[in-house]
Design a protein around this ligand. Structure first.
Ligand SMILES: Nc1ncnc2c1ncn2[C@@H]1O[C@H](COP(=O)(O)OP(=O)(O)OP(=O)(O)O)[C@@H](O)[C@H]1O
Length: 374
C-alpha cells in the first residue's frame, strides 16, 4: 500500500485546480483567473514546480503567496515537494489584469442605489479627541467578526492610518487601478501611502474632490460590507465632497467627556442637517481612567459630554471608551488595540460598539430628484 502510493504521480490538472483556490492576497481573486500561473510542471517523484508571474517585481506579499501556493498544492494526492518560482508580468499582462478588475465596474462603486455597503464617516468637533484611533479600531473589530472592511483615511492633510496600522509602503498600482493595502484584516488607503515621509499635502477645493473621487473609484476595494472614513477634524470641504460621492454615508461623532457639547453639536449638527447626513450615534472617548492597581475610576476629562452631545444631536450614545494606556501604546507600535490587546478595557468597549453599530439611512426629503423635463 505504501509502495503504491509513493508511485502515484500528481497530475497537472489537479495541481491547477488546487491553484484555483489560491487568491492573490491583495487583489482577492484566484491567481488562475488573473493569469498569474505561468507554468506548472509535475515530476515523476511527486515534485511540482510552479511559476507565478507577479503583478510587480517588488510585490510585498510574495512570501504570503508562496506559503499559500505550497499549502494548496501539497493537498493534491501524490505531491511530495512543491517549488515556487516568481517572475514578473509584462505590460500586456498587467493591462489584462487591470481589465479583469475593472470588468463591469462603475467609477465609484459606492455611489449607485444598488450598493449595499454600509458607509460610516467618523467625525469630531476638533482634533486630538481620538477620532482616528476609534475609527481604526472599529474597522479592525468589524473585520474580526468576519466582515470585509475598507478604511479610507479622508484626513488628507493629517493622515494617521499608516502609523496606526504600522504600514510604511506604497500601494501596488496596475494601469490606473490602485490596490488597497491590507493590514490587520482591513483594506486601507491613505494619502500617507502616496507621499514621501512628512511631505505636506497641499490639495484644496477641486483637486481635493478629485483625489477623494479617485480614492473611491480608482482603488480596487473589492466587495466590501463596510467602508469607514476617517474624516479630518471639524467640518469642511472633505465632508462635503464625500457626502456628495457617497449617498449611503452616515456619521459617527467622537467626542471627549469634556468637550463643550453644545459647540460640537452646533457645528456637526449644522453640517449633518445641511448635507442631509444621518448621524448613527456618538462615541465618547477618553471617558474614565481606571487605576491598574486599585481599580478606582477617575473622570480625568470630566463626564457626561457624550450623552449630552447625543441628546443635542437627537441620536444615541453608542459607547464610552475609557482612557487606556494599552490603546495609546497600540497606536505607537502600529497594532490596533482590538488586535494586539483584545482584553484591554478600551478594546472590549470598541469591539462592543463595532458589533452594535446601527444603520441609518439618509432621508430623501428635500433631495433633488433625478428627473428631467421632456
Ligand atoms: N482612549 C484612549 N486612551 C488613551 N489614549 C488615547 C485614547 N484615545 C486616543 N488616545 C491617544 O490620543 C492621541 C490622539 O488620538 P488620535 O490621533 O486618534 O486623535 P484624532 O482625534 O484622530 O486626532 P487628529 O484630529 O489630530 O487626527 C493619540 O496619541 C492616541 O493614542
Amino acid at each position: 500500500m505504501v509502495l503504491r502510493q509513493s508511485r502515484i504521480s500528481a497530475d497537472v490538472d489537479a495541481v491547477r485546480a488546487a491553484l484555483s483556490t489560491v487568491e492573490d492576497p491583495e487583489i482577492h481573486r484566484p491567481i488562475t483567473d488573473l493569469g498569474m500561473v505561468s507554468a506548472v510542471r509535475v515530476g515523476r517523484r511527486g515534485t511540482v514546480d510552479v511559476e507565478i508571474s507577479l503583478t510587480t517585481a517588488s510585490c510585498p506579499m510574495k512570501n504570503t503567496l508562496r506559503d499559500t501556493v505550497v499549502a494548496a498544492v501539497r493537498e493534491v494526492p501524490g505531491v511530495k515537494e512543491v517549488n515556487v518560482d516568481f517572475g514578473v508580468m509584462n505590460e500586456r499582462q498587467r493591462m489584462e489584469v487591470a481589465r479583469t478588475l475593472n470588468d463591469g465596474r462603475t467609477n465609484n462603486p459606492f455611489s449607485g442605489p444598488e450598493s449595499t455597503v454600509r458607509v460610516y464617516a467618523v467625525a469630531s468637533g476638533k482634533g486630538g479627541v481620538g477620532k482616528s484611533s476609534v475609527t481604526a479600531n472599529l474597522a479592525v473589530a468589524l473585520a474580526r467578526t468576519g466582515r470585509t472592511v475598507g478604511l479610507l483615511d479622508a484626513d488628507v492633510w493629517g493622515y494617521s492610518v499608516p502609523q496606526l496600522f504600522g504600514v510604511r509602503r506604497a500601494p501596488v498600482a496596475l494601469n490606473g487601478t490602485m490596490m488597497p493595502i491590507e493590514a490587520h484584516g482591513v483594506r486601507l488607503m491613505s494619502t500617507g501611502f502616496l507621499v514621501e515621509d512628512e511631505t505636506p499635502v497641499v490639495w484644496r477645493g477641486p483637486m481635493l474632490h478629485k483625489a477623494l473621487e479617485q480614492f473611491l473609484g480608482d482603488v480596487h476595494w473589492g466587495d466590501l460590507d463596510v467602508l469607514l472614513l476617517d474624516l479630518p477634524p471639524g467640518t469642511g470641504d472633505i465632508t462635503l465632497s464625500l457626502a456628495e460621492l457617497l449617498p449611503a454615508m452616515q456619521m459617527v461623532v467622537v467626542t471627549t467627556p469634556q468637550e463643550a457639547a453644545q459647540t460640537v453639536a452646533t457645528r456637526v449638527g449644522r453640517m449633518a442637517r445641511n448635507l442631509r447626513l444621518p448621524v448613527a450615534g456618538v462615541i465618547e472617548n477618553m471617558s474614565r481612567l481606571a487605576c491598574g492597581t486599585c481599580g478606582s475610576q477617575t473622570a480625568l476629562f470630566g463626564s457626561g459630554g457624550g450623552s449630552r452631545l447625543a441628546k443635542a444631536l437627537d441620536t444615541d450614545l453608542l459607547g464610552e471608551v475609557p482612557l487606556d494606556l494599552a490603546l495609546r501604546e497600540a497606536g505607537d507600535i502600529g497594532v490596533p488595540v482590538v488586535a494586539g490587546t483584545p482584553d484591554a478595557p478600551s478594546a472590549r468597549e470598541l469591539a462592543r460598539i463595532a458589533a452594535a453599530l446601527p444603520v441609518v439611512r439618509r432621508s430623501l426629503v428635500g433631495m433633488p430628484l433625478p428627473l428631467s423635463v421632456v
